[in-house]
Ligand binder design. Structure first.
Ligand SMILES: Nc1ncnc2c1ncn2[C@@H]1O[C@H](COP(=O)(O)OP(=O)(O)OP(=O)(O)O)[C@@H](O)[C@H]1O
Ligand SMILES: [Mg+2]
Length: 191
């Protein structure tokens, strides 16, 4: 199973999502972002004296398909900028998970990412993150995605201060809904 976590917009929650999903999928993270945020997370966690609990390898490479670790489950953390690497990751994946906030600015790049996955022939599922229950932007995003018949994971990841400061720390015991998201991904992929 290869899951690419991608969004053409920066800062949407890709790295956070890749690490948490890998934890709940028992997958290895392939950090395909030249900025190396996922690798840096592991290193920073080790420095504070903890372990992240997820294995991460750095592979910011447009030819990554032939160089992926030979393990059963991989989650690829994509760059928002390096399109050649992101295209390669999406092409190598069985599923693209697109974490997105719910505002119009967030959704604009989400549509573009859905189009990219379609062009490259890989199924995609949107994961709503940084969700604030009861907001107009959440209702509008959910309605627009339904109108477009986009696949949307039922799990919704809330806006949480603990996730805002999660980078560089060992994972906390709260799954924040990523356990459910992982379960739904397994069901989508019959894995
Ligand atoms: N559910 C959440 N609630 C609150 N803050 C969050 C949540 N998810 C992610 N964040 C925060 O949002 C910021 C961006 O997250 P992250 O680094 O995962 O995004 P990214 O898409 O990987 O960014 P980039 O495009 O730079 O690679 C980080 O500060 C992260 O801690
Ligand atoms: Mg990132």
């Amino acid at each position: 199973m290869i899951v690419a976590v991608a969004n053409l917009k920066g800062g949407t929650g890709k790295t956070t999502t890749a690490v948490y999903l890998a934890h709940f999928l028992s997958a290895v993270v392939v950090d395909a972002d030249p900025q190396g945020s996922a690798v840096g997370w592991v290193e920073a966690a080790a420095e504070v004296g903890g372990i992240l609990g997820v294995e991460v390898v750095h592979l910011p490479d447009s030819k990554l398909a032939s160089r992926l670790p030979k393990v059963e489950r991989l989650v690829i953390d994509c760059s928002p900028r390096d399109h050649r690497i992101t295209d390669a990751a999406i092409e190598a994946a069985d599923l693209v998970v697109i974490p997105t906030g719910t505002t119009s600015a967030d959704m604009d790049r989400t549509w573009a990412t859905l189009d990219l996955a379609k062009q490259l022939g890989t199924p995609a599922a949107v994961l709503l993150v940084k969700v604030r229950v009861g907001t107009r932007s959440l209702a509008a995003a959910a309605e627009a995605l339904a109108e477009e018949h986009a696949t949307v994971l039922e799990a919704r990841i809330p806006q949480r201060e603990a996730l805002a400061v999660a980078w560089g720390q060992p994972l906390t015991s709260d799954p924040y809904g990523y356990d459910l998201a992982a379960q739904q991904i397994k069901e989508l992929l019959h894995a």
